[in-house]
Ligand binder design. Structure first.
Ligand code: SAH
Ligand code: SF4
Length: 400
């Protein structure tokens, strides 16, 4: 890991240590990112009863309150005192919105004031079909949304780092390099900010989260998992409606295998190639952790009943989309012995990236070839291509 992100909720100190590259930003006292126990601890330190921590958690994680003075369950003098002591809610903020013709929205999200960097979060009403075949959760037709929200279900694509260090040759985010890790509050905060904007009702609305935005979640493991715990325990989401995608960081997958099922999302592996030779070419990380090492680590996970591992496969025209590639992928997936499904993604173009989109006949032939081998295979619909919101296009493209 090149930059040391801070696991805010795991840190007993309320101060968010600074990014060494940005010494001028001062120390911040942020509620957002602390779990209830840590909030209670802070209230006790302030001479208050511990249940004040629950009031803060309820306000910031469930009621979407964004400024300290809006936490009206706290007495006004206490709000004043906490403000004077430098406390703030510190929830990440949507600073810009790009809307696609297909209803997808791409957001630039301002972090917690550690610096001025923004990350990207994507809202996809009706999802992108990547969740098909998951646990039968979406097998029944979604009931019409009674609140007239204009969508029946939705997927939020969440970022875990600013930029990415992994350097996959086909991905626009890679061009940024890694700028810094996001804190747990910045990862979970993207979700709460989007829920606030879209008036999502937790427990009622059918919303899936995919940690497939900018960055490699397993190279920011502690903050990523702290964010998941916040989303499960504080916001009230089910980990079975969350999927984390990794390029195959083996030590991360091994740690993930140790996580308790109550807070472990589902796993997707960016396979993207039929063999080590091609994979090493398009994903240099494969030289460090080749396919078999990744699959071995995945075998260590105790899957829930009916849970499947997703293999994501980006189809690059001429490079990974040929019929003999499909046959090889089918053999590879079968050999893993894992309950698996394959999500195909037609490559989304980006400036300066030397690949071509697969032809639609090649995509369909690839899908059919895998399905004929008995492998559940789904095609991810590209969402928000016109606003650079689709997979692999996240690069803070302000021109949108
Ligand atoms: N870093 C993680 C998660 C973010 S990328 C990972 O790589 O798994 C999410 C998915 O988008 C990955 O499966 C990745 O292979 C895919 N992807 C990257 N660039 C793409 C592009 N230009 N077109 C289509 N999919 C792309
Ligand atoms: Fe990073 Fe994922 Fe893009 Fe690879 S595909 S560079 S791991 S964001």
């Amino acid at each position: 890991m090149l930059y040391s992100g801070q696991a805010v909720s795991a840190n007993p100190s309320p101060l968010v240590p600074l990014d060494a590259n940005n010494p001028s930003s001062g120390s911040l006292r942020l509620f957002f990112g602390l779990e209830t126990a840590a909030l209670s601890e802070q209230m006790v330190r302030a001479g208050e009863p511990p249940w004040r921590g629950h009031q803060v958690a309820e306000a910031i994680y469930r009621q979407h309150v964004t400024d300290l003075d809006g936490i009206t369950t706290l007495p006004k003098p206490l709000r004043q005192r906490l403000t004077n002591e430098g406390w703030q809610v510190g929830r990440p903020r949507i600073s810009q919105v790009f809307t696609s013709v297909d209803g997808t929205e791409r957001y630039l999200v301002q972090g917690q004031g550690i610096d001025a960097l923004t990350v990207e979060t994507v809202w996809m009403p009706e999802g992108d079909d990547g969740e098909q075949g998951d646990d039968g959760l979406d097998a029944v037709a979604a009931p019409p949304n009674e609140q007239g929200k204009g969508w029946h279900r939705a997927t939020v694509c969440v970022s875990s780092q600013v930029g990415c260090a992994v350097n996959c040759q086909f991905c626009l985010t890679a061009k940024l390099g890694l700028q810094r890790n996001l804190s747990a509050g910045e990862i979970a905060g993207q979700v709460v900010a989007v829920f606030d904007r879209q008036a999502v009702e937790v427990g009622r609305d059918r919303v899936n989260l995919v940690f497939m935005g900018m960055g490699e979640p397993f190279l920011n493991y502690d903050n990523f998992m702290s964010a998941v715990r916040l989303l499960v325990e504080e916001v009230g989401l089910s980990p079975q409606r969350m999927t984390v995608s990794t390029s195959g960081i083996v030590p991360g997958i091994e740690r993930f295998a140790e996580e308790p099922p109550e807070t472990r999302p589902k796993l997707a592996i960016s396979l993207n190639a039929p063999n080590d030779e091609i994979r090493s070419e398009i994903m240099p990380i494969n030289r460090k952790w080749p396919i078999e090492a990744v699959v071995d680590a995945v075998r260590g996970i105790r899957l829930r009943s009916r849970e499947r591992v997703t293999f994501e496969y980006v189809l690059l025209g001429g490079v990974t989309d040929q019929p003999h590639h499909a046959a090889e992928v089918a053999r590879l997936v079968r050999r893993t012995g894992l309950p698996a499904k394959v999500n195909l993604i037609a490559w989304n173009p980006g400036p300066g990236i030397p690949y071509t989109m697969p032809r639609s006949e090649a995509v369909e032939a690839f899908r059919r070839a895998l399905a004929n081998e008995g492998i559940p295979t789904y095609l991810r619909r590209p969402r928000g291509r016109d606003i650079f919101a689709a997979c692999g296009q996240l690069k803070r493209t302000v021109e949108g």
